[in-house]
Design a binder for this molecule. Sequence first.
Ligand code: BJW
Length: 233
Amino acid sequence: MQKIVVLTGAGNSAESGLGTFRAEGGLWAQHRIEDVATPEGFARDPKLVVDFYNARRAQAAEAEPNAGHLALAKLESEFAGDVIVITQNVDDLHEKAGSQKVMHMHGALKSALCAACAHRWPAPLVMAPGDSCPACNRPAARPDIVWFGEMPYDMDEIFRHLSEADIFISIGTSGNVYPAAGFVAEARSAGAETIEFNLEPSLVGNQFEDIRIGSASETLPVWVDEILQKSRS
Ligand code: BJW
């Protein structure tokens, strides 16, 4: 059975109205990474960090999947093989579109994490610094987001999927952040065909065999139809 492994980044959700990080005017132009996306920033000013993620949780709750998300859900339901989506995004737009096999390597806005006992539970729409953990009762709730210096989730399973990939596609990610930026090399060494979808080549764009330049909502549906047609013939 053929396996397609999909990596998505902020560009895949951009056309749903959610900001990317490194674009001019993007999230990192408005907030210092060290302040809102590191454990040290959270220790220094938990309210700033919790408010940052509360605002993004509220925005994500209103967002709707775009044609790129819908094309990936169609690929999963109609492709004769296996389709796995590994997303760096913390929104739930793949799930809203109908994708079932989604791995959130950088965590999820909908989830809360106990910094004391590592219990995870559904986050309320508005979290507050010092919220208690429902499992251990300590006031150690934090957004369930993987910050710089922390280990992304499900890495063993992700590397297993990459080692089994026949096709690896990467959509709307700049190639700035590891380990995700290294996935193309991993998939290539496993013999996968590799394709990047982006408005412009990413920092690791030269490692892909093919690049489809354009917005994900336009390029992905075309590619998904090509692949489905090929797999039926
Ligand atoms: C479109 C589009 C449209 C726009 N259509 N395209 C030195 C060397 C190597 C590594 C390191 C190093 N020093 C430190 C590290 C490790 C560090 C790292 O990578 N740092 C770099 C800055 C150098 N990484 C970590 O710390 C990670 N942990 C780790 O490495 O653990 C150890 C380990 C060891 C071995 C194996 C495994 C692990 C943790 C990283 C955590 C990242 N967290 C964040 C924030 C939390 C989530 C959140 O708040 O949402 O995750 S940072 C931020 O960047 C966020 C994103 O998921 C991530 C990636 O961003 P993304 O998605 O690429 O967005 P952009 O904005 O950069 O790009 C958007 C792209 O879309 C652009 O290319 C546009 O052109 C495109 N686009 N519209 C198609 N319509």
